[in-house]
Design a protein around this ligand. Structure first.
Ligand SMILES: Nc1ncnc2c1ncn2[C@@H]1O[C@H](COP(=O)(O)OP(=O)(O)O)[C@@H](O)[C@H]1O
Ligand SMILES: [Mg+2]
Length: 279
């Protein structure tokens, strides 16, 4: 299937990330589920390369297979056909080199904030106890939770819990961060402040990110490139590059360039919902 590539701001230079080697490579990836003895195609024939250090957002309507695709990248779900490689090696199971953050962060309710962040390091057997604590504190500072290390997750707000989930993932130094609507359950204000916090961290770490969202605005503010998916069957309909200058701040939303890109993505999503897949 042909995938149109658009540049949000009228062409020009390719995204900076194209200079980096490839980190994730999906070739002809499909996923079929069997429900009530009937096979149904959740994701079909996805070809997608994500460069090292690139920030890619995947947008699309509910049910178009975004989570399924991300779970396959994580190694939590096996493709029915096709191949997924990370840094040249086939992805066949979950690995610490791929951090995953879900909408409801996978925090451990009985552990304090600090001990939630040390947990992944304990599993990896990484460092001494005091080294793990030192490293966990560094990441808690990064996400703005330094003053909350002794709290339990239930004593945190939703936004703080998602900050904790991000620290938990990053402390294990993943090469790839896979995020499935991590801010989807938050109010608009908290959501925007977490987007900026994530951008700030990413500017420093340059981890490769694949971030699923159904918010077009969120995708435009975060991404180097937006992959627009369409439903029935779930597939990549279009890719839109986002050549907005970095580092980005909240003010970028008010720029004409931002609005133009947003419009292009909206249009792509609308076109896909009008044009049926079986034409
Ligand atoms: N384990 C599963 N078994 C059967 N169907 C599934 C399973 N997981 C997802 N689906 C179906 O696959 C489609 C894509 O789901 P999903 O990837 O969750 O979409 P999105 O994240 O874009 O909302 C949906 O129709 C969903 O019901
Ligand atoms: Mg989903």
């Amino acid at each position: 299937m042909a995938v149109a590539r658009l540049t949000g701001s009228g062409g020009g230079a390719p995204p900076a990330a194209s200079a980096f080697p490839q980190m994730l490579a999906l070739s002809n990836v499909s996923k079929r589920f069997t429900v009530d003895d009937r096979e149904f195609v959740a994701v079909t024939d996805v070809n997608l390369d994500i460069a090292a250090g690139e920030f890619v957002c995947v947008v699309g309507p509910s049910g178009c297979g975004k989570s399924t695709l991300l779970m396959m990248m994580a190694g939590l779900l096996a493709p029915s056909s096709g191949r997924i490689e990370m840094a040249g090696t086939e992805v066949t199971s979950p690995a610490p080199s791929r951090g995953v953050v879900f909408q409801e962060g996978g925090v451990l309710p009985w552990r304090t904030v600090l001990r939630n962040v040390t947990y992944g390091l304990e599993l990896q057997g990484s460092g001494t106890r005091s080294e793990r604590i030192g490293r966990a504190r560094e990441y808690l500072r990064m996400v703005g939770l330094a003053d909350f290390e002794n709290r339990l997750p239930k004593e945190l707000s939703g936004g703080m819990r998602q900050r904790l989930a991000i620290a938990q993932s990053l402390v294990c130094d993943p090469q790839v961060l896979l995020m499935d609507e991590p801010f989807g359950a938050l109010d608009a204000f908290t959501r925007e402040s977490l987007q900026l916090a994530l951008l700030d961290i990413w500017e420093n770490q340059r981890t490769t990110v694949c971030f699923v969202t159904h918010s077009v605005d969120e995708a435009v503010i975060l991404a180097d490139r937006i992959v627009v998916m369409a439903a029935r069957p779930g597939r990549v309909a279009m890719e839109v590059s986002v050549p907005l200058a970095r580092p980005r701040t909240a003010e970028v939303r008010a720029t004409e360039e931002f609005q133009k890109i947003r419009q292009v993505v909206w249009q792509a999503m609308n076109d896909q919902s009008v044009v049926g897949s079986d034409e």
